[in-house]
Design a protein around this ligand. Structure first.
Ligand code: 0L1
Ligand code: MG
Length: 335
């Protein structure tokens, strides 16, 4: 299949840039009579508010092939860029295929570069019709940090396509090895822009709080990764359920908000909101300050998943998994 690559530079207006990316993808798909989903759009911020857009067909590599003398490992190593890492992860997600950690082959993948890979993935999703609807925090609780052997929280982006309707079973055909974890979820009433955000400032910007159940699905084999790998993988994001009960956080002590997780009727874990950085508001402040370091902020209307309170449990066919909170109600998920 031919490789098609074009580059353009657009400025400032984010909506125009997004529309332009969609147009480029659609034009390539139409021209080649290929499905839109097979067109991979890569976008680089080459200077503030100016983007270079390139497209390839997903099944082809834009990277020149190595001379035959190069070993496979060397060949792979020289290929790694923000764009190829993003494509690698997007392909793994689309094909429901586990991959080995990128840092094994690209040890230079550091945390700032990993966030650029994450941003490239989100731009690709937006180019294919997703809308960013908020932010998630990962690894905010000791239970999750201990399990993954990583002691630093991270942020990622959630999109509308990840939102799962309560009552609709988890589609196991869509994921690689999904797990689920209870979360305290905020809807923002006001913008929240770091740096210097404290938990009190953060909570003052929250409109309502709800129960959440996040489906995570690392693209890495056995959920095995280093911090840059999981940042690049958009923090294993896959789906999220939001509970039907909305509460004003001013009336609740979220550090004491308890949850009970059951699998097929049996209690498998419990926690309180204090598990998340001492208080979910601390996690929200952490997200705002961390995003600010990369030039982003949390917007009014955004949904914020503050991080799993307990370790995540695997979702197996036939399971009924529930979380019950003290004041935020329950979510029951089947598979
Ligand atoms: O939401 C999360 O805490 C996921 C963060 C990434 C680590 C994992 O896959 O558990
Ligand atoms: Mg989570």
């Amino acid at each position: 299949m031919p490789i098609v690559q074009i580059s353009i530079v657009k400025g400032r207006d984010r909506d125009k840039v997004t529309q332009c990316i969609k147009n480029v993808a659609q034009t390539i798909a139409t021209t080649l009579d290929a499905p839109l989903a097979s067109v991979r759009v890569m976008v680089n911020e080459i200077e503030p508010d100016h983007f270079a857009v390139g497209t390839t067909l997903k099944s082809e590599s834009v990277v020149p092939t190595q001379p035959p003398s190069a070993s496979p490992a060397e060949a792979r190593r020289t290929e790694w860029t923000i764009e190829t890492a993003a494509c690698h992860l997007l392909d793994a997600e689309a094909e429901r295929r586990e991959i080995t950690r990128i840092t094994d082959e690209w040890p230079e993948l550091d945390i700032p570069t990993a966030y650029h890979v994450q941003e490239a993935i989100i731009r690709d999703k937006v180019a294919h019709g997703d809308t960013a609807v908020g932010v998630k925090l990962g690894l905010t609780s000791r239970a999750k940090q201990k399990r993954m052997g990583i002691d630093s929280p991270l942020t990622a982006v959630i999109t509308d396509r990840m939102h799962l309707e309560t009552g609709v079973p988890v589609d196991l055909e869509r994921f690689i090895h999904p797990r689920i974890e209870p979360e305290i979820v905020f809807t923002m009433a006001e913008d929240l822009r770091g740096p210097g955000i404290t938990a009190d400032i953060a909570m003052a910007a929250v409109g309502e709080v709800r129960a959440g159940f996040e489906v995570i699905d690392s693209r890495y084999q056995n959920f095995s990764f280093a911090l840059p790998d999981v940042i690049a993988d958009n923090a294993s994001s896959a789906g999220f359920y939001i509970g039907g009960i909305a509460r004003d956080p001013a009336g609740l002590d979220l550090a004491l908000e308890a949850c009970v997780v059951r699998v097929n009727g049996e209690v498998v874990d419990t926690a309180t909101g204090a598990a998340v950085q001492g208080h979910p508001g601390e996690a929200l402040a952490l997200a705002a300050n961390s995003l600010a370091a990369r030039g982003h902020y949390i917007k009014a209307g955004d949904t914020v998943l503050t991080g799993g309170l307990t370790d995540a449990v695997f979702i197996n066919a036939g399971d009924e998994i529930s979380v019950q909170f003290t004041n935020l109600g329950s979510i029951v998920v089947t598979a």
